[in-house]
Each structure stands twice: as structure tokens, then as C-alpha cells.
Design a binder for this molecule. Structure first.
Ligand SMILES: [Zn+2]
Length: 159
């Protein structure tokens, strides 16, 4: 289990030129509105939730790395993904140090919200009904992630 977290970089594309600096970005909401699509903005900056099964990454099964759609910080690998049957990409673990959590009291029952530590972009909610070995279920929106297949040499850098 520890190896799944420790060896996450083995899932990167061969030529990935990646920025792992996790210092918070200084980007205004107006700038995010320009950089992101409307759908991305609603989820990443306004914590909306996408419709179940609407996202491209729910059924993604290739080997690779899932990065924040706003700032490209790697958040999960394919080795951490499982089929939760919910219609959203779900993970039982995450890349260490790249997600922050926060109690969310917007519903009757408190939930734990999580977000990218670099851009503070909202990703999803974490629940404790996931599979072994962690028992965690990181319930993620698809639109707030980009997927980099391990065997692909092509990817689009945004920032
Ligand atoms: Zn980010």
C-alpha cells in the first residue's frame, strides 16, 4: 500500500515535464474564469458537482496519472482507482502531500471536502466506505482532472 503512494511517479509518461512545487498559486478568480472552461470553473472554483456518469474519466482504465485540471499537479494514479459504481471517478488512495481537506457543513451531515493544495481547486469529497486496504473513497469530479496515460508522449501543458 505504501508503495502505491511512494511509487506514483512510475505512472508518469516518459517525457513528463512536471512541476511539483506545491507553494500556493496566486491566481485571482477573474483569472481562473479566463483559464478554465465554464464546467471546470463551476466545479474547481465553486464546488459544484458534475452529473453522475457525465465525465470522461469515470470509465478510464489505462495506466497513468490523474492531474489537477487547473494547475496540473499530480493527484492520483491508475493504481489507486477503483470502480465504485457511483458514476464518478473514485480512488482508494492519493498521491501524498498534494491534497488538502476541509470539513464541509453545507449539508445536514458534515462531509470532508478535498482540493488541490497548489491551486485550491475543489476536486471532491472523501468518504470512509471505500475498499481495502485503506477503506477510503475519494469521490472525484471528472471535469476537475486531466489524465496523462503512461504510454503517451503527448500532453498539453497549460501553465
Ligand atoms: Zn491544482
Amino acid at each position: 500500500m505504501q508503495n502505491i503512494q511512494k511509487d506514483w511517479f512510475l505512472y508518469l509518461p516518459e517525457d513528463a515535464d512536471i512541476n511539483l512545487n506545491i507553494a500556493p498559486l496566486n491566481v485571482s478568480e477573474a483569472q481562473w474564469r479566463k483559464r478554465l472552461t465554464d464546467a471546470e470553473f463551476r466545479v474547481l472554483r465553486e464546488k459544484a458537482i458534475e452529473w453522475p456518469s457525465s465525465g470522461d474519466l469515470n470509465e478510464e482504465e489505462q495506466m497513468g496519472v490523474y492531474v489537477c485540471a487547473a494547475c496540473e499537479l499530480p493527484l492520483f494514479t491508475s493504481a489507486m482507482k477503483f470502480d465504485s459504481g457511483t458514476g464518478w471517478p473514485s480512488f482508494f488512495s492519493h498521491i501524498p502531500g498534494h491534497l488538502g481537506t476541509q470539513e464541509d457543513h453545507s449539508l445536514l451531515l458534515p462531509r470532508t471536502e478535498y482540493h488541490c493544495v497548489r491551486c485550491e481547486g475543489h476536486q471532491g469529497y472523501v468518504f470512509e466506505d471505500g475498499p481495502a486496504p485503506t477503506g477510503e473513497r475519494w469521490h472525484n469530479n471528472s471535469v476537475s482532472l486531466h489524465f496523462w496515460p503512461t504510454d503517451s508522449k503527448q500532453r498539453v501543458a497549460r501553465a
